[in-house]
Each structure stands twice: as structure tokens, then as C-alpha cells.
Design a protein around this ligand. Structure first.
Ligand SMILES: Nc1ncnc2c1ncn2[C@@H]1O[C@H](COP(=O)(O)OP(=O)(O)OP(=O)(O)O)[C@@H](O)[C@H]1O
Ligand SMILES: [Mg+2]
Length: 408
């Protein structure tokens, strides 16, 4: 069982994720609601348009019956025919020959054939959308049926627009929401960056004063023969050196560090030599490389810090004994890979990304900052990548750093 996560940081992330789900659920509800409501409107409009076409059919039937062109019936029928200015309609006979059409765009420069084939195509399309409405023509005197015509129709452009409207509207809102979210995230990240940088600079600055006074005190102690004999000065100088490195790391992370061509293998040996006497003798640290000189553009103090962080995590993951293997490889495409493997407890699959988040720790005395710093140093300052290459529960973990090599 992994230990309970102790810092408040992780709680914030969980709440943040839950909040995102709530926002997503509400957005889906709003979208579904607006699409559903538009569908109700569209159905009503469709019914109304169909009714209008029926009326149109009736008008034609009346016109056929009424002989007197000046009769009231004929006048109303004509009115109805011309009232329809939006629903595209084709009137055809029983054999599918187009008799007339309304509200379809026909260019006056088109040849007769082109118009015909256009209308035919439209008619086929209309047949697929709606069942045509039958117009029965009767003789006014005998009331005998002397012909049947069919009215084909499709949605008016207004209706088509209303159908499309919610989708267009929701897409626009979604795009806007996405841009706003990205901008918000960016400004949040920028703000966090400023806090990081400010804090690091301030720490380096604060450490500077006691450090220089410590150096002066060492000189005073050096004068004392008694102290010299006990080796106090050497020990003090070592600690001061370490403090100086820490100060340098903080001040480097607080400004944009300049990269230099360095031998990565030598830097890693430095870290290993520093760590070896400080970890349990049952923990072996091994370095594997095919070449003793692999050059990359790095900032030495920060790069060493990353390796140190990875090794410290590896030690924590292994407990009393185990092996840390550091492999340095010259990969293809001008990359240098540094794989730091341990034989520790491993990282659960679900946490492979989370371990890099600030505040995520499973340790009682952890800050959950080691990997965040490592990621920042590698990603931002070295234009490289750091990720968990492999991890197996109770077998071990391999972190991979990939940075750009310098070619000669
Ligand atoms: N090699 C590893 N094996 C197993 N778990 C690891 C390993 N490296 C990191 N982790 C997990 O990732 C978490 C975060 O690591 P990170 O270095 O960022 O913080 P930390 O070590 O907990 O605290 P600190 O800020 O002191 O480094 C650890 O608490 C641990 O659970
Ligand atoms: Mg750590």
C-alpha cells in the first residue's frame, strides 16, 4: 500500500479535476437542451410548411375546377400560390415531367437542358426528403378525374438555417471557451512561473550574506592551530562549498541560465562521487557509458541538480538496499539519453504523469518539488524531455532524460 498523500497540493488537483467535470457536464446539458428546444421549433415549422404545401395543392385543384379567371376562388388560389416565397416547390405530372417550379434558383442564362437536369436532380432530392403531395384535377362539370399532378418540396432556407443554428452557435461557443481556457491556463502558468523565479532568486540572495560571512569566519578559524589540527577547516570548507552550489542552483533557476558545452559523463560522475559516501553502503550506484566523453549543451549546476534529485528519489524508493544504474547513451537524431534506473517500489501506472506535478509526494518529509524542478530544468532550460520510461511495481523505475547532443 502506498502512503497517504500528505501535502495539500494534491487535494487541489483533485478538486480542480472535479470542477472540470462539473463544467463539462453542465456544458453538455446546456448543449443538449438547446439542440432539443431547436428540434421542437423545427418540428413545428416543418408541420407548418407541409400545411402550406397542402394548401398550395388545394389551390391548384381549385384553379383547375374554376373556369372563370376572375372568380373569387381563382383570385384566392392565385394569392396562395404567390404567397409562398420561401418553400422550394416543383410541380410535376404523373410521369415525372416538371411542369413548373417555385423558389428554386434558376439562372436565366442556363440552357433549357441544363435547367431541366437541374430540376430533375432537385426533384430527386425532394423525393428523398418528403413524400410528394398529390393534386387531383377534376373536370368542373362532370367532376371526373382527368389528371394527377405531384408537388415535390423541401425545407425552406429559413428552416434549414434554424436546423443548423444550434450547431453553429455551440461550435462558436466551444471555440471561444477553448481559447479562453488556454489563455487562462497560460496566464496561470505565467503567474506560477513568476512566483517560482522570484522565490528562487530571493533565496539565493538571502543565502549570499551568511555565506560570505561564513567564508570570513573560516579564515579566522584557520588562524587557530588547534582547529587546523582537528581538520575543522576542511570540513567547514566542504559544507561551504555545498552551500555555494545550492546558492548557485537557486540563482540559476531564478534567471535564464546560459548553456555551455559540457561533458555529461563527467558531470554525472561528479554527482555520483558526491552521493556515494552519503548513501547506505548497501546501495550501489553504477554508471554505464560507451564513451567517456559525451558533449551536450547544459548548465552544469542545474543538470547536476536534476541527476541528484533522480538519485535521491531512487534511494527513497529502494529503502535499505538496491542498485541505481545510470546509463548514458548517444541516441540517434543527435540526442543524449540518460536513463536513471532503480530497483525500488515502482510508480503506479496512474501516477506516471502526476509525479511531475508540484506538491505531489508520497513521503512524510517530501515537498513534492524534486521532479517538478527536474522537469522545469530539462524542459524549459535544456529544451529536452524527462519522463518515466518504465516502472514496475516492486521491481523498479527508469526515468529518462533526453537532451540535445553537440556534434563535432
Ligand atoms: N524512482 C522512484 N520510484 C518510485 N517512486 C518515485 C520515484 N521517483 C519519484 N517517485 C514518486 O514521485 C513523488 C514525487 O517525487 P518528487 O521528487 O517530485 O517529490 P518528493 O521526492 O516526494 O519530495 P522532494 O520535494 O523532497 O523531492 C514521490 O513522492 C514518489 O512517490
Ligand atoms: Mg524527490
Amino acid at each position: 500500500m502506498s502512503k497517504k498523500i500528505v501535502t495539500p497540493g494534491i487535494d487541489f488537483y483533485q478538486r480542480n479535476t472535479r470542477f472540470k467535470w462539473v463544467v463539462l457536464a453542465v456544458s453538455i446539458l446546456i448543449s443538449a437542451g438547446s439542440i432539443y428546444y431547436t428540434k421542437i421549433l423545427v418540428d413545428q415549422l416543418k408541420g407548418r410548411e407541409r400545411q402550406q404545401v397542402h394548401l398550395y395543392a388545394k389551390a391548384i385543384e381549385y384553379t383547375a375546377k374554376e373556369q372563370d379567371p376572375y372568380s373569387d376562388v381563382n383570385f384566392i388560389a392565385q394569392e396562395l400560390l404567390f404567397q409562398n416565397k420561401s418553400i422550394p416547390i416543383i410541380l410535376a405530372d404523373g410521369n415525372g415531367n416538371v411542369l413548373s417550379s417555385r423558389n428554386l434558383f434558376i439562372d436565366s442564362t442556363w440552357s433549357e437542358n441544363r435547367t431541366k437536369s437541374f430540376l430533375k436532380k432537385e426533384m430527386d432530392l425532394m423525393r428523398e426528403t418528403y413524400e410528394p403531395i398529390t393534386v387531383t384535377l377534376r373536370d368542373p362539370q362532370t367532376n371526373e378525374v382527368f389528371g394527377t399532378q405531384y408537388i415535390y418540396y423541401k425545407n425552406s432556407s429559413l428552416l434549414t438555417q434554424i436546423i443548423a443554428y444550434p450547431y453553429i452557435q455551440l461550435s462558436v461557443i466551444a471555440i471561444f471557451g477553448f481559447i479562453a481556457y488556454m489563455a487562462f491556463n497560460y496566464s496561470k502558468a505565467a503567474e506560477q512561473n513568476r512566483v517560482w523565479v522570484g522565490l528562487a532568486k530571493e533565496t539565493a540572495h538571502q543565502l549570499g550574506t551568511p555565506l560570505s560571512s561564513l567564508m570570513a569566519w573560516v579564515e579566522v578559524i584557520r588562524e587557530d592551530a588547534d582547529m587546523r589540527e582537528k581538520g575543522v577547516v576542511e570540513e567547514l570548507e566542504k559544507d561551504i562549498q555545498k552551500l555555494r552550489i545550492v546558492t548557485e542552483r537557486f540563482s540559476s533557476i531564478g534567471s535564464t541560465p546560459t548553456l555551455k558545452q559540457e561533458n555529461v559523463v563527467a558531470l554525472i560522475h561528479n554527482v555520483v562521487n558526491y552521493l556515494r559516501p552519503r548513501v547506505s553502503s548497501k546501495i550501489k550506484i553504477e554508471v554505464y557509458t560507451l564513451s567517456e566523453s559525451i558533449i551536450a549543451n547544459v548548465h552544469a549546476p542545474l543538470f547536476e541538480w536534476v541527476i541528484e534529485n533522480l538519485c535521491k528519489n531512487a534511494v527513497d524508493a529502494m529503502g535499505n538496499s538496491g542498485v541505481i544504474a545510470i546509463k548514458i547513451l548517444r541516441g540517434s537524431e543527435n540526442k543524449v539519453f540518460i536513463d536513471v534506473s532503480d530497483t525500488g517500489k515502482g510508480i503506479p501506472r496512474s501516477k506516471l504523469e502526476t509525479v511531475f506535478r508540484p506538491g505531489f509526494t508520497t513521503k512524510k518529509r517530501g515537498w513534492g518539488l524534486g521532479l517538478t524542478l527536474a522537469k522545469r530544468i530539462i524542459d524549459t532550460y535544456h529544451n529536452g524531455k524527462i519522463f518515466v520510461k518504465a516502472s514496475e511495481e516492486n521491481q523498479g523505475t527508469t526515468f529518462r532524460i533526453s537532451i540535445n547532443a553537440v556534434t563535432h
